[in-house]
Design a protein around this ligand. Structure first.
Ligand SMILES: CC(C)(COP(=O)(O)OP(=O)(O)OC[C@H]1O[C@@H](n2cnc3c(N)ncnc32)[C@H](O)[C@@H]1OP(=O)(O)O)[C@@H](O)C(=O)NCCC(=O)NCCS
Length: 227
């Protein structure tokens, strides 16, 4: 179904959205309609780590094990790769309180060839429960995560994805760096990433650095954007 909000009153749209079955994809155009669509179907929250108790941690890891079956060994233990804890988690739950989608932001340090270091928002675990795919929920969750990361002062967001997902991210404004972007373990060993397509988005006015880039977990003395 496709609705263009130019000719559809909010009341009519509200009625259509609330009566549409869960598995029907309703494409609506316009901020108001989109907000209404998501707020009717999902509760979307931005959670700091301190707000994630052990029960929610278990639920989130079970969800991540289901949507990333190849990464079960990681998500059985923690919610992010490479020994990091998210600085924030964007979580969507459906009307029954079940997890519908997830995006995590992890803080990393990006070092360019002039040795300048910046703390950046690394996006991880972008995932939507199978029954809610193709509803635009992933785009909404990414949007919420990037807005929050921008407000926290990160100049860029980065992610590593697998090749089949590149088009999806490009459609949503992500770009390739002009050179390599390598993830390092303990600043000593390059990590061979299965998700080997590095991508970025600028969050403010600062242009993304040129040339080869290294990505690390922040050192203790790197100033954190966490508040
Ligand atoms: C990625 C994801 C959040 C996107 O959800 P969505 O917005 O509902 O969109 P779709 O499921 O339609 O997927 C978007 C595109 O990604 C592709 N895609 C999604 N998951 C994929 C996978 N596991 N392997 C290969 N391609 C995949 C789809 O084929 C689709 O491609 P197209 O738009 O060019 O046809 C969702 O597919 C998901 O949760 N996948 C499993 C977890 C995952 O792989 N996350 C990506 C981490 S970088």
């Amino acid at each position: 179904m496709e609705y263009n909000d130019a000719g559809v009153g909010v009341d009519v749209l509200d009625c259509v959205l609330s009566s549409a079955p869960e598995n029907v994809v309703v494409q609506v155009r316009g901020d108001v309609a989109l907000k209404m669509f998501f707020s009717r179907r999902f509760k979307i929250r931005v959670l700091k780590e301190s707000k994630i108790d052990s029960a929610l941690d278990v639920k989130l890891r079970e969800f991540l094990c289901r949507v990333f079956p190849n990464w079960e060994r990681v998500f059985r233990e923690r919610r992010a790769w490479h020994d990091a804890a998210p600085v924030l988690t964007v979580l969507a739950t459906d009307r029954d309180g079940k997890i519908a989608g997830h995006v995590a932001v992890v803080e990393r340090t990006l070092t360019d060839q002039s040795n300048a270091r910046r703390l950046v928002a690394s996006i991880q675990g972008v995932s939507v429960a199978e029954e809610y795919r193709k509803t635009g929920l992933s785009v909404k969750l990414l949007d919420v995560a990037l807005k929050k990361a921008r407000r926290m002062g990160y100049p860029y967001a980065i992610l590593f994805c697998r090749e089949p997902l590149v088009k999806f991210y490009q459609r949503n404004g992500w770009q390739f760096p002009d050179d390599s972007m390598v993830m390092w373990r303990d600043r000593e060993y390059p990590i061979h990433m299965q998700s080997n397509c590095p991508m970025y988005r600028t969050l403010g006015k600062e242009p993304f650095p040129h040339g080869p880039l290294d990505v690390h977990n922040p050192l203790p003395h790197d100033v954190s954007n966490q508040s």
